[in-house]
Design a protein around this ligand. Structure first.
Ligand code: FES
Ligand code: FES
Length: 155
């Protein structure tokens, strides 16, 4: 049976009517049109669907609406804007990382949370933090360069 959910997304409140076990991913993409986040595996194994819930990265494909509560959701669209990009977004462009782009959301959202708490990470710390993510285009070395560049910009 459908219920009404009030979702705080990127600083705005939205009402979504859906089943309580509907994945947050579907609500954000299909009901709210936030298509930066992607469906990859649907099994919490690739990270393409990552958003922040109360500043922590979560896999929205396996997060039911009933688990969101009053949490504040941030998507890639809330991380930075074309006028004021997040350092990771700037670094991704400067390092020319993207190929097909399908995976970008997961790397940026996961790395943003990591860099917030780790100002001067080593290569190993970055690799460990991002180890649960997938890029089928093989951009991993570019991603590492971009995260290091962003860390330097933020430091
Ligand atoms: S689509 Fe959510 S982790 Fe792959
Ligand atoms: S850039 Fe294509 S999957 Fe990562």
């Amino acid at each position: 049976m459908s219920e009404k959910f009030s979702l705080s997304v990127n600083g705005s409140t939205h009402t979504v009517t859906a089943d309580s076990d509907m994945p947050l991913l579907y609500a954000l993409r299909d009901a709210l049109g936030l298509n930066n986040l992607h469906f990859g595996c649907g099994l919490a194994q690739c990270g393409a669907c990552t958003v922040h819930l109360d500043s922590q990265p979560i896999r929205s494909c396996v997060t039911p609406l009933s688990a969101v509560g009053n949490g504040k959701i941030t998507t890639l669209a809330g991380l930075g804007t074309p006028d004021k990009p997040h350092p990771l977004q700037t670094a991704y462009i400067e390092e020319q990382v993207p190929q097909c782009g399908y995976c970008i959301n997961g790397w940026l959202m996961t790395a943003a949370a990591f860099l917030r708490d780790n100002k001067k990470p080593t290569d190993k710390e970055i690799k460990d933090a991002l180890s649960g993510l997938k890029c089928r285009c093989g951009t991993h070395m570019g991603i590492l360069r971009a995260v290091k560049r962003a860390a330097a910009m933020m430091g």
